[in-house]
Design a binder for this molecule. Sequence first.
Ligand code: AN7
Length: 347
Amino acid sequence: MGVLAQYAQHLALGDNTPRITLGEGATPLVPAPRIGSPLGIELYLKFEGQNPTGSFKDRGMVMAVAKAIEQRSQTIICASTGNTSAAAAAYAAATGLRAVVVIPAGRIALGKLAQAIMYGADIVAIEGNFDAALTIVRGLAAGGEYTLVNSINPWRIEGQKTAAFEVVDVLGDAPDILAIPVGNAGNITAYAKGFREYRALGRSSKSPLLFGFQAAGSAPFVQGGPIDNPETVATAIRIGNPANWQLAHRAVAEFGGGFFAVPDEEILQAQRRIAREVGLFPEPASAAPVAGLVRLHREGGLPRGAVVVAVLTGNGLKDPDVASRSAEGAIVPVPADADAVRRAISG
Ligand code: AN7
C-alpha cells in the first residue's frame, strides 16, 4: 500500500499531496539468532533492501517527491553515493518529473548506476566525492529551479521515520537498541523522530539507545569533525561532511547511545555472515551495524539480553563487484557430466 497511505495520519499530507507509491515500506523484521545469540542479544534485522529500489531511501523519496509535486516543481536534484539517486530517479519516473543526479565518478556501485540509467535520470558524474557533489547541488537548488531531495529536505526525514513506526508495530514496543549505519545521518535522525512520535502517542513504552556505525576510513562523527578524503569499501557511506550533523548529535544526546567506527574488513565479514547465517544479502554499508555489534560485544559494550534492531539499509545485489571480489578463488568450469560435478563437490 505504500508508506503515505499506511501512515497518512502521522505525515503532513494535504488535499493536494498526491498519494503516490511504488509499494515502499512494510519491510520484514527478520530474527537473526545465529548472529544474536553468541552476542547475548535478541537481534532482529530490518531488511530495507526489500524496498522497490532496494534501499530505505524510497520511504523518504516518496514523501519528498509527493511534496515536490504539491509545490509544482518539475525537476528534482540530488547528490548521491548511489541509493538516493536510484530512488530519486524511480519516483521521478513514476510521476513524470525530471531527475538530475550528481554522483562521484567511478565511486558508486554498479547496480545503483544501472538503476539511475534505466529509470531515465539525467546523470552527471563529477571528478570529486559525494561531499563536493552535495555542495554543488545545494548551490544549484538555491536558485529555486530545482527541488533538492537530499536528506536536508525535511520531507525525506518525514517519510523515513515510518521505518521506526514499523519496528514498533511489529515488536509491540521500541527495541532497547537501534543499530544503524551513518553517512549523512538522515536516517538515524528519521528513526529518532519516528520513535519519539510513537512514544508520545503511547505506542511504545521506551526509547531505544541509538548506535550509529561508520566505516573507520569515513567516520567524521567518531572523529569529531568533517574529514576531507573519506575512504571505505562501503561506498554508500563514503561521506566526510555529513549534512545532518547537528540533528544526529541532538538525537543521540536525547536517546543515549553513540557513534562507532568499524574497519572495512569487519564490515565485509559481517556482510558474509548475514548472507550465510541469516539468508539476507545486504550491501556493505548495511552490514556496518552488525559488524559494530560484534565489535562492541568483544569490547564488553553490549548489554546482555538487549532487544536490538539492526537496519540493513540496502540490498547486496546493488554492489556485485564487492560480492564477487570476496569469492574464495575463481569458479573454474568442469565438463558437463555428473562425474565431473561429483568430483567438484566431493571434499
Ligand atoms: C545503503 O544514496 O547518502 O546516514 O546518496 O545508501 O541517512 O546518509 C546513502 C546513504 C546507509 C547512510 N546505508 O544513510 C546516498 C546516500 C545505505 C545508504 C546510508 C546510505 P544516511
